[in-house]
Design a protein around this ligand. Sequence first.
Ligand code: GLA
Length: 378
Amino acid sequence: MSSLDKQFAQTFGAPPDIIAAAPGRVNLIGEHIDYSDGFVLPFAISDRTYAAVRVRDDRKVRIASMQRRNKIVEHHLDAIAPGLQGEWERYPLGTIWALGLTSGIDIMIDGHVPLGAGLSSSAALECSVATALNHLFSFGYSLEELARLTQRAENEYVGVPCGIMDQSVSLMAHAGSALLLDCRDLSTRNIAFDVASSGLELLIIDTQAHHSLTDGGYGQRRASCESVVSKLGIKSLRELTLLQLEASRDLLSKSEFIRARHAVTEMKRVMDAVTVLEAKDFLALGVLINQSHASLRDDYNVSCPELNTAVDASIAAGALGARMVGGGFGGSAIALIHAAHTQETIAAIEKAFAAESFKAPRFFTSLPSQGAEIIQRG
Ligand code: GLA
């Protein structure tokens, strides 16, 4: 019996009917373009969140967590609606709401995706619960539907204006590959991502700087993109070429222009990244990763001193490429490095952080891992 099984039985008096797992993610390239109908290229990390669920014969919902042993949150199913106050349990509650559950359940969560690091612990939580419920109640939702429903949970229930990337990759990723996701129709292609056989490693640097999608910066960036779309009379920035954007410069404010320039150039970089990855040209991939960071820092303005320091110190230590990942304003950066240089690179980044008196960063590595799955049926 796993410790999750045991804790579930101790807390709720009977073992779970099902346990599902869903991973966090890093994004190789394609940042801040999921909500502009772009292509993105994330992969699932090996850290996962587990959701154990048991059906009840009433309409009560009880939620507990292995990480907060002494607290059980309880609600009547009919009370679960946007506006209901709460803490982390709003993510599973939002998922229950979005999936349209009609029976009571007990849920226990065991989260292993680092929190607040920009590695999508919230998507992992939503997708683990959604996957468990989809199987347990035989809803028959497709992965695309589950991605849209869990995004809806986060947008409308939790109130975070995220795009569709994090939930999609948490649900659809395959081990060994990055996921080329078309955010317009959620179609995907697996792109082999094997840096290890070339002696490389992808270092994940959690800057430990604060990041939140509800602080306003994320929403403002989305609003700028929407404003460009409406001024130019197009459906999304996906339709725009750099030449067209430059020709329309006078119709846009300076900040709208540079925000759109990030989106248009980043969309091109994703497709270029696929080409160079298929050719195993990691030097060229590094260049694209660097360009992505410069664009996010200078045009999209979502980086921060800690992220820039992590990126600059990685490059100075010999990384092929480095960039911020996720929403920005803190969270994590990635660096594509020679595996033999991992310790030196870490030491160089630590030194650079200490010199700036930043909080010490945390380091992770991860191979591209499997998306959400059922790991146990009772
Ligand atoms: C956050 C959001 C995603 C995406 C990224 C930026 O992770 O949840 O939808 O917009 O930021 O690429």
